[in-house]
Design a protein. Structure first.
Length: 263
């Protein structure tokens, strides 16, 4: 793709909109699919590892089925749980960066501690809120396979900052929609408990750009939004969840030409 990795993270990988810090790696534990755990250290919290592994397996069930139905193979991502700092193909990252997906190494990165502190940081408690975060990052992986991310990153270089932010919002909302699509089979299997869906919707609400900006600085700057408003994030997650169909996740309606022409 020929794109600076850090820039990729800055534009498309944050779920929380927190600034990326580049720090030295302390290593992590990689969960390549759900098959095996490779070396690199012991996870800080085995319960967290088990939970993430379960959610990741659910995303694989969902996306394997979706891709198969469309005559394609789903290439499963790896997921790296890390403590404090990690090095990815997109550069160094710390807990402060929040969860992110790196297109270059096709891995999703989650810091175990901050992941479990969603409720304290963002008033977004609950297992399904955490599952949403994992599913959102896996949504970026699906976008990577579908060439949405490479096209976006190619097009972005020719855009103004405001245009790039608007396109970033569409990328993020589609990832939210994909996260919703992932939740549908879980619901159909009767695995959701009362309040689970609301946990995810609340998480989406808490990390909307407008809500985050109001909380951090007291006012909003819409031109700087790059993930979508709380209302948009809730709506797109719900859209995926309600339909269970990725075709309903076309957040680029009207922008497809721009993406394909400029990439
Ligand atoms: Zn994202």
């Amino acid at each position: 793709m020929g794109i600076g990795g850090i820039v990729v993270i800055l534009m498309v990988c944050w779920i929380t909109g927190i600034n990326l810090l580049t720090l030295l790696s302390e290593g992590g534990v990689e969960l390549p699919g759900t098959q095996q755990e490779t070396a690199g250290g012991t996870p800080a919290n085995d319960e967290t590892t088990a939970f993430v592994r379960t959610v990741l397996a659910e995303t694989e069930d969902t996306w394997n089925a979706v891709f198969k139905a469309n005559g394609a193979d789903y290439q499963e991502p790896a997921l790296v749980l890390f403590l404090k700092q990690v090095q990815s193909a997109c550069g160094f990252a710390s807990s402060a960066s929040g969860p992110f997906y790196c297109p270059q190494d096709r891995k999703a990165y989650l810091d175990t501690i901050s992941f479990r502190q969603l409720d304290q940081q963002f008033d977004a408690a609950g297992d399904f809120a955490e599952a949403y975060v994992v599913a959102h990052e896996v949504g970026h992986h699906v976008q990577n396979i579908l060439s949405v991310l490479p096209r976006f990153n190619g097009a972005r270089k020719r855009m103004s900052e405001v245009e790039a932010n608007q396109m970033s919002v569409r990328v993020e909302l589609q990832a939210d929609c994909f996260a919703g699509v992932r939740g549908k089979p879980t619901d159909q299997k009767g695995l959701l408990e009362g309040g689970d869906l609301e946990e995810a919707l609340n998480a989406a609400r808490q990390i909307g750009d407008d809500t985050l900006q109001k909380r951090s600085q007291g006012y909003v700057v819409p031109e700087s939004f790059n993930h979508g408003t709380s209302q948009q994030r809730v709506a797109w997650f719900k859209r995926g969840f309600d339909t269970g169909d990725m075709k309903g996740c076309d957040a680029f309606s009207g922008y497809t030409e721009m993406l394909s022409c400029r990439s």
